[in-house]
Design a binder for this molecule. Structure first.
Ligand SMILES: Nc1nc2c(c(=O)[nH]1)N[C@H]1C(S)=C(S)[C@@H](COP(=O)(O)O)O[C@H]1N2
Ligand SMILES: [Mo]
Length: 324
């Protein structure tokens, strides 16, 4: 049950106890990253050079609780989920993010919340992570390229965070903007209008399945999987799920999204997994399931990636061939 907290996450009961080690590291980040330079947290986001190279994770293990939103499918091994990635900022080949994403510094890290919201604010990642208990949810993860994985993600419902931010009634969409600074991501390929941007309709973002994600396999997210914070909306194609989010913007208009701008006839705003609506260049009826077997097997793709009961009502009456 979410307690109304007047547009702030401060002073809330968190899921995990603060260990002396975390306290030490947070304090250290504070001293090296903020106080020593005489600037406040608000200034950090505008000055990429202030992301201190020595600021590292306090720990890689997360304390998680079980979730009812878990599918019984065989899980993809950690080694595959963390070496076969789409993260174009770190290279367009699927093997590249695992090799290159170590340049991303994930502490200190803040998320700026702005737009049609009662109290625009910039929040520290550690405050966000402690706001609600972190659930482990095993989700199907379907890339538009017709491969899929089954990944235990760790996080809490994005809707809980959004409610705490108190969006205005005029807010109809949420935009998620990823990090894109040149120091942390020195080799971003040209031809893309960085930063990576994605968005959801407000009811989609509020759907409890939509996960504000901090970890996978019980550990903080590896950089190549979107550390320190990403979105996972499992009934949609993977590209809807932006990694390394630095800004969340509430708007009354459908926000720009990177892939839709690149090719609007191939990548729609909704991008719900739908085996009956093919990509212009390939079928979406089946997918290659990447699991523990050496050769991925081909399995039928399910409507809404198998999450019909949880999400279909949001699209009642909509032409899903038009709104692909
Ligand atoms: N910032 C950013 N987020 C991104 C992408 C990207 O290139 N940049 N790729 C998307 C795509 S196409 C997919 S399939 C998923 C892959 O997530 P994974 O590597 O954790 O499996 O991330 C999505 N989020
Ligand atoms: Mo993807």
């Amino acid at each position: 049950m979410l307690i109304r907290i007047g547009g702030s996450l401060e002073g809330k009961v968190g899921s995990s106890e603060i260990t002396p080690k975390e306290t030490f590291l947070n304090r250290r980040n504070f001293l090296t990253g903020v106080a020593a330079l005489g600037v406040g947290t608000l200034a950090l986001k505008q000055v990429p050079g202030l992301l201190h190279p020595d600021a590292v994770h306090a720990d890689t293990k997360l304390t998680t609780v079980a979730s009812k939103y878990t599918v019984p499918d065989a899980q993809t091994p950690f080694a595959k989920a963390t070496t076969y990635n789409n993260y174009y900022e770190f290279g367009t080949d699927k093997s590249e993010p695992a090799k290159n994403a170590h340049t991303l510094r994930t502490r200190p890290w803040t998320v700026q919340v702005s737009g049609l919201v009662k109290k625009p604010q910039t929040i520290d990642i550690d405050t966000i992570m402690k706001y609600r208990p972190i659930e482990s949810r095993v989700y199907r993860h379907r890339c538009v390229e017709a491969w899929s994985m089954v990944i235990p993600w760790d996080g809490y419902s994005l809707g809980e965070f959004i409610s705490a931010m108190e969006p205005l009634p005029s807010a109809k969409f949420v935009q998620f903007i990823s990090a894109s600074d040149n120091k942390n991501m020195p080799d971003k390929p040209g031809g893309y209008d960085w930063p990576y941007s994605e968005g959801l309709r407000m009811d989609e973002a509020m759907n409890p399945l939509c996960l504000l994600t901090f970890g996978c396999y019980g550990e903080v997210l590896p950089n190549q999987n979107g550390a320190p914070i990403r979105v996972v909306s499992p009934w949609k194609y993977g590209f809807k799920n932006g990694k390394a989010i630095v800004k969340i913007v509430f708007t009354d208009k459908q926000p720009r999204t990177l892939w839709n701008e690149i090719s609007s006839n191939e990548y729609g705003f909704y991008s719900n997994v739908n085996p009956t609506v093919d990509h212009p260049r390939w079928s979406q009826a089946h997918e290659r399931r990447i699991d523990s077997s050496p050769f991925p097997k081909t399995v039928p793709t399910q409507m809404f990636n198998g999450y019909v009961d949880q999400v279909a009502s949001m699209y009642a009456g909509m032409d899903l061939k038009k709104n692909f």
